[in-house]
Design a binder for this molecule. Structure first.
Ligand code: NAG
Length: 127
């Protein structure tokens, strides 16, 4: 049991170390769904791209929803709303849940270990 906790703590610590920075996110949209649910797409450096589902959680989804003027926030992974195209802009996103934009969350910028089959999506509720 002690070994297990140690492994969990070490994993958490390494995830935290690998999370890079906040990012200058110019816009955000939901794709391939409807007004309240879809694949998360972010505009960075004037290019639309996607978010990898590694560490993608309801706290992160909630920030996406709030930034779109919506409520709720259920995180979906494995390209639940289809595979996007272009750059995978963010990976290992760690929102506390209080941020007003996904760009304010700690994240890896870009990804070297994700495919579009891991694109993150959300389901929000209307406000
Ligand atoms: C959008 O999709 C979600 C998830 O499937 C669904 O719960 C919701 O009712 C849909 N909204 C509209 C307006 O169709």
């Amino acid at each position: 049991m002690a070994m297990l906790w140690c492994a969990i703590l070490l994993t958490a610590a390494s995830l935290r170390v690998s999370t890079g920075a906040t990012v200058d996110l110019q816009d955000i949209r939901l794709a391939n769904g409807n007004a309240t649910a879809g694949r998360v797409e972010v505009l960075i450096d004037r290019m639309w791209g996607t978010v990898c589902d590694d560490s993608w959680a309801d706290e992160d989804a909630g920030v996406v929803c709030r930034s779109l003027g919506l409520t709720g926030g259920v995180a979906l992974s494995k390209a639940a709303y289809g595979k996007g195209q272009g750059p995978i802009h963010m990976d290992d996103v760690h929102c506390t849940g209080d941020e007003n934009s996904l760009g304010k969350c700690w994240t890896n910028i870009g990804s070297d270990n994700c495919l579009h089959s891991e694109d993150a999506a959300v389901i929000c509720q209307t406000a």
